[in-house]
Design a protein around this ligand. Structure first.
Ligand code: ADP
Ligand code: MG
Length: 300
């Protein structure tokens, strides 16, 4: 049986790296990190629980990748550049093969999005729980919040929607791609932004409430992947795109004066209106209130 210290030494310490902004990484009582005086720190935490966020017995490589990628999506949604993360891991038992896969998935994602593990905590408990805290930076005052949308702003989404929901229906693994480059490119362009983790209608609604505005969406403009269009009817595909979670695309608003500066791959899906609530031009051309549906804990 591996001890707590052997686990850290074998599976997590190798993920640390020498970087000028890491004065002290894994191994001491805490990490010491350096941030530019012209920048602000952006911090977010997310927890994944076995049986709630992933199936028992799921591939550890995939679990780790998804855990870090979904956290990185929150940094993307603020327009932040990722730097460091910590990992709090609760394990029911210690299996070297599982930990090998897990640390490999974590490393793949960390290397791809240039974020370094700087600390964490390793404990034993009844259920597998993975809690990650990501830290990034933005130039002073440039974080993009949910609350800046104004009537007349255009609403955009990156990528395609509903793919993660369809993968879940098929019990297929889905590897989210946090839109960090797009998020950073929007620092001086977007008026508000959120990442789509619970479902498009639910997350857009969070942005609308935070900004005290409403919106009109054109359902014909919701971006759907070729795979989804081939596999499902238009109505089924749209239902997933509007309400299924885990896509980790970005939804953001842009004032008219900034539209010429917009320089990331995205789709215009609607406009912000002064009247509160979420409305949609449906495929038949009728305007109806859009049902707000998404994943919620403590529902029931
Ligand atoms: P302490 O008892 O002082 O909190 P720990 O024994 O918990 O220290 O951790 C020792 C070192 O290993 C710390 O630097 C901690 O950040 C790091 N660490 C512990 N668990 C992990 C993990 N799962 N991933 C990365 N670093 C970890
Ligand atoms: Mg500790």
């Amino acid at each position: 049986m591996l001890s707590e210290f052997e686990i850290i030494h074998r599976f997590f310490a190798p993920l640390s790296a020498e970087k000028p902004d890491i004065l002290l990484g894994i191994g001491d009582d805490a990490a010491v990190l350096k941030i530019e005086p012209t920048h602000e720190l952006v911090v977010s935490t997310d927890t994944l629980i076995e049986g709630v966020h992933f199936f028992k017995g799921a591939d550890p490589k995939h679990i780790a990748y998804k855990a870090l990628a979904s956290n990185l999506s929150d940094l993307a949604a603020m327009g932040a550049k990722p730097h460091w993360f910590t990992l709090a891991l609760t394990l029911p038992q210690v299996e070297a093969a599982w930990l090998t896969g897990f640390s490999q998935g974590l490393k793949d994602c960390a290397n791809h999005f240039e974020i370094v593990l700087v600390g964490g905590d390793t404990t034993q408990g009844p259920t597998l729980v993975i809690s990650i805290t990501v830290m990034g930076t933005v130039p002073q005052g440039k974080a993009i919040t949910r609350s800046g949308a104004k009537p007349g702003d255009s609403i955009f989404v990156t990528g395609t929607l509903g793919d993660a929901g369809y993968a879940l229906q098929c019990r297929r693994e889905y590897r989210p791609c946090p839109r960090l480059a797009a998020g950073m490119s929007l620092q001086t362009i977007a008026s508000a932004m959120i990442d789509i983790s619970d479902g498009f209608s639910a997350d857009l609604n969070h942005l609308l409430e935070a900004s005290h505005v409403g919106a009109m969406i054109e359902l014909a403009r919701i971006p759907l992947s070729e795979r989804l269009i081939q596999a499902l009817s238009r109505e089924e595909a749209l239902a997933l795109a509007l309400s299924a979670g885990d896509d980790y695309e970005l939804c953001f608003t842009v004032p008219e004066k900034n539209l010429p500066k917009l320089d990331c791959r995205c789709m215009l899906v609607g406009h912000i209106e002064a009247k509160s609530g979420l409305r949609a031009v449906e495929l038949d051309g009728q305007i109806r209130d859009l049902k707000i549906q998404g994943f919620k804990h403590f529902d029931g």
